[in-house]
Design a protein around this ligand. Sequence first.
Ligand SMILES: C[S@@+](CC[C@H](N)C(=O)[O-])C[C@H]1O[C@@H](n2cnc3c(N)ncnc32)[C@H](O)[C@@H]1O
Length: 227
Amino acid sequence: MKDDRTWVPDGVDLDWIESIARPIPPAAAAIEAAAEPLGVPIVDRHSGRVLAALAAGRRRIVEVGTAYGNSTLWLALGQPADGTIVTIDPDTERTDIARGFWREGGIADERIVQVTAPALDAFAAGDPRLAGPFDLAFIDALKPEYGAYLDALVDGGRLADGALVVADNVLWSGRVARWTQETGGDDRNTAALRAFCEQVAADPRFMSSILPLGDGLLLASWRGAAG
Ligand SMILES: C[S@@+](CC[C@H](N)C(=O)[O-])C[C@H]1O[C@@H](n2cnc3c(N)ncnc32)[C@H](O)[C@@H]1O
């Protein structure tokens, strides 16, 4: 497994962590093998294992950004066997092959619903498949839209009390922590990710932190509108 795609903080020994982990499921290995040569961005296996652990007991999940369905697969493997995932991505060139990987991973077709549309359009249109309430939301699509995805989840009443919001790439290879208006003024992705992290951290309705794992995973538990 190549880890050069992601930023590894000093002192983190991914090789050791990998050495004690059980092998990844063959379907996840197949996704990695398909995605890597084409440069399709997917969560790495360390983040995948964390997603599976976080999905335990969470029956209804929504995901923004499917690609080849690697994160979807890990979430589905960690969920209860009757859990469902609604996953959103407009790029059918990528998402059309995801279903085959999920089948290979033993996930029943009815557990995963694919919404083929830009996420903000689907949320704004009131797509009934996105009504919620969801027990976990995983955000992994357009970086400048992370804040708007979160707003659609919160303002749309789509989060169950105690729901977990997880967002990938929030450290953006270390650039988010280093970003300043002066040095990174025109870097839209970094600026947006930084604003998103600050937005969540300051919101008393969430208990949140950032795991320096993969490219940075933000975890935020929703305490309800009253905070
Ligand atoms: C980083 S990839 C997702 C990887 C996936 N979560 C995984 O780990 O296997 C980001 C995906 O977001 C999708 N995307 C782009 N614009 C989007 C939008 N407006 N709404 C939802 N998804 C979008 C892209 O097509 C791409 O497949």
